[in-house]
Design a protein around this ligand. Sequence first.
Ligand code: 5AD
Ligand code: SF4
Length: 350
Amino acid sequence: MKAYIDQLAAGMMPESRELEELLRTEDEEILAYLYAQARKVREKHYGRDVYIRGLIEFTDYCRNNCYYCGLRRDNRKAERYRLSEQEIMECAQEGYFLGFRTFVLQGGEDAGYGCERIEALVRMLKERFPDCAVTLSVGEHSEKTYRRWREAGADRYLLRHETADPAHYRRLHPQELSWERRMECLHTLKRLGYQVGCGFMVGSPGHETGHLVKELLFLRRFRPHMVGLGPFIPHKDTPFGGAPAGTLLMTLKCLALVRLILPDVLLPATTALGTIAENGTVLGMQAGANVVMPNLSPVYARRKYMLYDGKAVSGSEAAEGLQLLKERMEAAGYRVAVSRGDWKGEKNDV
Ligand code: 5AD
Ligand code: SF4
């Protein structure tokens, strides 16, 4: 299997059978080799820099009803909030001061924050912080809306595809949501010139090893600039409240394989990974990740933005914990960079 890892690291097209074998292995020596090769590829493209993104969770209202998510519209127990423009600008100001040069505006699909309001917000952020990148992560919208936000200055867009398998997508979402529409949105975003991030949950209900193979093959075909992946974690007030969480091991394997398959991808060690394991962020880096997204939202908002139970809201997951993050990264041989942290690949097809 080591020879196969070498071939992947050298850019060979991945094959289902071998990927499945790697995803199933628990052989310590093979795993150590996999992570070491992933680190090598990461270092070739990004050195030992860790890119940080200031995450602003600005609304937890959502019109959707995804079965796995604590913000789903049928969850009456979720405490809903919406940050004002002023609060958002204050978060960004604080973030800028701390050294963040990318702001990620993340929220549910909230009619209270429509096309125009977000457009104005993007303009305000780009005007006040011209040396910063603005990333949007606010779900599915029309091409027209995506275009307006792009023209207002948005640089990047995160929209996880959640699963590469349409039948599995139906198991995770109600009828009104469709995998095909999701894919269409992702292609539209790429065509409009965004740096695009997709991604999936590891070990969501019904997500077997065979699905993970599909995720990797899909990523290789779609070639996103970023990939957000983390373990599924149940939320008690959702239909999947009793389902088991995805594992640390499988998440780390997926990170390493994504790094080998898409060598120059921007790959965060996600909050979900930091939630299932205390040292999840460092372990993620050691498996090939190169991005961390600390939370810049006001503390009252973070506690409400509960996608899953136990979501980490403090320590190195939080912007004011940046010093702790820096120390942890330095102890592991990495360096937190003060930069926009753009994608470093060659311009690719759309
Ligand atoms: N566990 C892990 N990740 C989740 N997300 C939503 N609910 C959960 C959960 N229970 C992720 C989804 C979504 C993003 C906003 O958060 O992948 O795209
Ligand atoms: Fe809404 Fe996103 Fe949660 Fe689905 S996953 S309910 S779209 S916030």
